[in-house]
Structures are given as C-alpha cells and as structure tokens.
Design a protein around this ligand. Sequence first.
Ligand SMILES: [Zn+2]
Length: 378
Amino acid sequence: MTKRRIASHYTLLDSHLERNIVVEIDTSGLITAIEHVDNIDSMAGVEFYPGVLMPAMVNAHCHLELSYLHAAIAEGTGFAGFARAIGQVRGNYTTQERVHAATIADAKMWEEGIAAVADIANDDLVMDVKQSSKIEYHTMFEHFGLMNNDVERLERLAEQYPHCSVTPHSTYSVNDASYRRITTMGTAQLSIHFAESDDESSLYRHEGSLWSWYERMSWECDFLHYGSPARRIVESTPRARGVMLVHATRATESDIRLLDDHFATKPAWVLCPESNRYISRLAPPVDILRSMGSTIAIGTDSLASARSLSMVDNMRLLGDIPLHEVLTYATRGGAQAMCIDDRLGSIAVGRRPGLVILRNADLQALRLTPEAKTYRLL
Ligand SMILES: [Zn+2]
C-alpha cells in the first residue's frame, strides 16, 4: 500500500508544537507512524507544507440550519434585540433557500478543515445535508419554551436519525420539569447556552429585560428558587452527565469553579467569540478559564450571528494566546467536548483525525496573525 509522508515547520502533537516531525499515513488517512527526524529539508519522499500541521478541527457549537440568515441581522443589536430580529426574519425564506445555504456552509467548513460539528437544531430540515456530509455531525435538538412540556416531540425526532439527542436550550428558557426530564434521561452530551448576557442572572433576581419581557407576556418561571443559572445546572443535572456550556461571556470565577467541581468530567466551555462580538460586543472569559485549567473548546455558532463559520476567525478573537493552546482548543478541546477524543482532534498512530495545514501564522512568536488560515490536506 502506498503511504504518504507529510511534514511541516511545526506539528501539533499532544497539545505541543514540535519541530522535525514526519507523519506517515496510508491511503485511507490512517496514521501509521510519527517520526522525529533531524534533516527534514533534505529527506526524499516527504511532502513538505510550510506552516503548522495539525489534526482536523472540531466545531463544538453550530446551528447549521440557520445558515440562510447570513448577514440578515444587524450587528451589535444586543441579546434581546437579536432574539427579536431572528423571529422577524425567519419566515422570509423558502425551504430550498435554507437547505442551499446549509449545503454551502457545510462544504466551506469541510474545506477549512473541520472534521466534526456539535450542531444545535430545532427541526430536521437540513438533516439530509448533515447525513451526506463528509463532516461528522452530532445533532442536539434543543428544547425551549417556558410553557412547553412537550419534550417527547424532540425525543421522537432524535430517534429517527443516528447521532442525535435532546438538550435544554438554556437556563432561562426551559421550565423545571422539562429541564430535569432532559438532563436525567439518556447519556448523550448536553449543550446549554450559558451566561450569554447579564439578563440571564438578573432574571433570577427578578430584574432585567428578560424578567420584564416574561412579566409582560405573563410567562412564569418555576426555577428562580435555584438562585442563579449556575446553581440551577448544578442542582438539576446529574454529576455523571457530560455538558458543554456555550458562550459563558458573563460567567464569573465562582460560577466556573462551581460547575467545574460539580461534574465527574469537567464541562467543556465552548467559546464563540465571533458570535459574542456580533451580537453584544462581549468577550468570553478565556483568561479565567485558562488560569483555572478548565476544558476549553471553540464553536462558530451560526451564520445568523457570525460573519463566517471560520474556526481561525474565532481563535484570533480570543486574543493573545500561545498558538499551541488555541489550536488545542480548536482540535482536542472540541473532541473532548463531544466525547470523540478517542478518535478525532489529535495526531496519533492508529487514528484518522484528518490533517490540516495552518498557513501564515507567526512561526517566530508562535501566534496567529490576521492572515493566518487553515487548509485541509486530507
Ligand atoms: Zn447557539
């Protein structure tokens, strides 16, 4: 069997950037050997790609079905304004337009080097796109609605397709019984929008714009006795459950500690800085999470609240973080978040993670640059 031998200036191996590495793969993409060599430039039969060789990436939070809303909603409207705007424009598009937009977005993610996506869905409109994609999708149907107890509808939907499950949308949009039903049934990873705005925690103090909106609509919240979004998750989600906490722009150090300590396996903090910038100009607390040794992953969120579904754009927005760290969030971090790190997100013998080249990074300072970009090798 013909094998390819691939090298780059640096290779992301086990969360470190290493020089002088040759990765050998067979025709199926299986990594058959990883060698340290001294004379990489002069070796015959090695394909050399300038930049950083890395495993294909894992997008730990997306809503592929919202791709048709690209550029449809103004930037900087804030959290409540964004939710209102989505409701207003949602009905203006045909099924064909929605499916077409998802098809284009999926192809672009593949080309950029994404191997797997944790995808949030409200229905199965773009399920065909996901099932025929080269990307591995895990679909989480999100339950929301304070007055909505019909978790079964989503459970039935999830049973119809492989790699599907049900998750609560957030700590402010799901009533107590539905939340507990979802978190105590099944073993699939949960993905919860968490601490995206101050309104979420002020709701628990009977203040803020969510509170006044719910009051105007006469919608009752039967979960405010938990005291805060973080306490609600801790008190109504079993310790053994795997959880992704998405956004977390307003999460405090004590929230993070409480949640990291509660779960048997630390939750994955899925940061979507482009979406946060787009909607509210807030930024995720990446420095606190780094200092606490939390598990960090990256999500693109949807094209309704992002200029692109580019992982590199999101990595750049996290600020001045050493290259090996931010690349690890985008690869192994996402794979851990999705519980697929035994297969994807790392370059290791015996795996087929897919290979990607990061070009135009600053290889002296080992940082991303405005021009840095990823290209799929295989
Ligand atoms: Zn989301």
